[in-house]
Structure formats: C-alpha cells, structure tokens
Design a protein around this ligand. Structure first.
Ligand code: ATP
Ligand code: MG
Length: 265
C-alpha cells in the first residue's frame, strides 16, 4: 500500500463577521492509501460534506495542508490546482439536484472534461463519454441523448458516477450517494463502486449515515465530531468496540434506528 492522501490539521470557518464566525472543522487529520475505501461518519452538521468539498476543490480551507499523490495542494490555484482537481472527483447525495435538467446525458458526462480542460480533442472526449457510460452499465446509444428527467433515480445516480469516472480520478468523495435510493438500488450502487475500485484502483472517501452499509465495503472508518476525527480504525473495530464516548453513543443510536427499520446490523 502506498499513501494517496494526507490531510493535516484542516480548519474551516464559515461566517462573514467575527461574531458570526464558527469553526466547522477545527483540526481534521487523516490519510488514505491508494485504492483504499474509507468511510467518514458523524452527526448531521458535523462537517463531513465540508471535508469532501474541500478535497474536491469546491471550497478552500482556512488552514491545514493537503498532500495528494506526492504533491502539496495547499494554496494551489488556477491551472496548477486543476491538474489535481481532475484526480479528486465527488458524487452527491441527490442525483437529481446535482444534474442540470436542461442538459442531455452526453453533455452532462462531457462537462467535467471541459471544466478541467483535460481533453481538448473532441473525438477523444466523445470516446471518453461513451466509455464512462458503458462503465456504469448505461447503453450510450439508449441514454446519451436523454435528459435527466427521463431517467430513474438509480440511473441518475449512475450518471453522477459516470461524470466522476470520465476524469479518470484516483479518489472519489462519495457524499451519501445511496441515501436517496431504495435498498436494492443502494446495493447495486455499492456493487458498481466495488467493481470500479477493483478495476481501476480508485480510492473512495465514503460519507454516510448508514453504518450497516460500511461493513464489507469500507476497510476503515473515520468518525468526525466537533471538528475533529475522534475515532478511527478498521470498520468492524470501530463498530464493535468504539472508543470515543461520541462514537459509542452514535453507534448505539444508529443500531437501534436500523433495528427499528427492520434491518439487523
Ligand atoms: N456555505 C456555508 N456557509 C455557512 N455555513 C455553512 C456552509 N456550508 C455548511 N455550513 C455549516 O457547516 C456545518 C457543517 O456542514 P456540512 O454540510 O459539512 O455537514 P455534514 O456533516 O455534511 O451534515 P449532513 O450529515 O447533514 O449532510 C453546518 O452547521 C452547516 O450549517
Ligand atoms: Mg453532508
């Protein structure tokens, strides 16, 4: 195993004036190996999506360093940052909200390549779009000219995955991508992510509230609480023998919730 990502002392403050300012992330540190699948869990509002958005270059941290693939991303802007931005993609919770309704599927999947300016040749871009659609098991002939509203929820989420894949990333931040899908589609998406992980060695930072789903999928879990990673370790260890009082409370609450839903952990 070799190191892909190292996040050190990440800090993020929201708010305009000094009085309004709150630090969502105080001091977040963790690392990810190449091809590793790591879960990020924590209460709602803990800052999980904020961590993801910073990694995917959608926001900037106030302090802290990010090393990725041997390079320090901290403070990089413009073209230099774009070189790495294509390597860290993100897929979102709501497959409808994250896709522009007026764009055809082929344009939606091509868009990240245009934004990243990573493939200038039109024919090659088209070929990449076809390849990405095929990888998520959507027949390009059937789907390329459709609009998002002409797709099912599961298919829309696959478009989200195709948009990430088309950039050939080394890491995908998955921000609760399964929470709006029903149980069978959830499983299908996990299987697809597993397949892509095996085929291309893509690493995932998998943000979720569903700890049952992390078993057998994530090799490690990180627990975010009050702006810090308070617990981390192998998935089964964190679930069965949590150490931090917050993790103990959270796992207990999630287990009883899942029990009520009829899904035994
Ligand atoms: N652009 C913003 N401006 C101000 N505050 C923000 C902004 N984005 C997020 N926040 C605040 O930062 C905190 C963390 O938000 P974040 O979306 O990262 O949480 P989360 O852990 O992903 O929560 P959830 O599980 O509900 O998705 C929240 O209190 C949120 O209100
Ligand atoms: Mg979130």
């Amino acid at each position: 195993m070799s190191l892909l990502l190292n996040v050190d002392s990440l800090r993020k403050v929201y708010g305009q004036t000094k009085n309004e300012q709150t630090a969502v992330l105080e001091d977040v540190s963790f690392s990810l190996q190449r091809g590793e699948i790591v879960g990020l869990i924590g209460a709602s509002g803990a800052g999980k999506s904020t961590v993801g958005r910073i990694l995917a270059s959608l926001e900037q941290q106030n302090a802290g360093t990010i090393w990725f693939d041997g390079s320090n991303l901290t403070g990089l802007t413009g073209k230099k940052r774009r070189v790495f931005a294509k390597d860290i993609q993100m897929i979102f919770q709501d497959p409808y909200d994250s896709l522009s309704s007026r764009m055809r599927i082929s344009d939606l999947v091509e868009e990240p390549l245009l934004i990243q300016k990573s493939e200038k040749d039109l024919a090659k871009r088209r070929a990449r779009v076809v390849e990405a659609l095929e990888l998520v098991s959507l027949d390009p002939k059937k789907y390329a000219m459709r609009y998002p509203h002409e797709l099912s929820g599961g298919e829309r989420q696959r478009i989200g995955v195709a948009r990430a894949l088309v950039c050939r990333p080394k890491l995908i931040v998955c921000d609760e991508p399964t929470s709006m899908l029903d149980a069978s589609l959830r499983l299908e998406l996990i299987q697809l992510l597993k397949k892509l992980n095996r085929k291309f060695g893509i690493a995932y930072l998998f943000i979720t509230h569903d700890i049952a789903l992390t078993k057998g999928f994530c090799s490690r879990l990180l627990v975010l609480y009050e702006g810090r990673i308070v617990d981390q370790g192998e998935t089964d260890m964190v679930i069965e023998q949590p150490e931090h009082p917050f993790t103990i409370r959270m796992i207990k609450a999630l287990k009883s919730l899942e029990h009520k839903k009829g899904e035994l952990l």
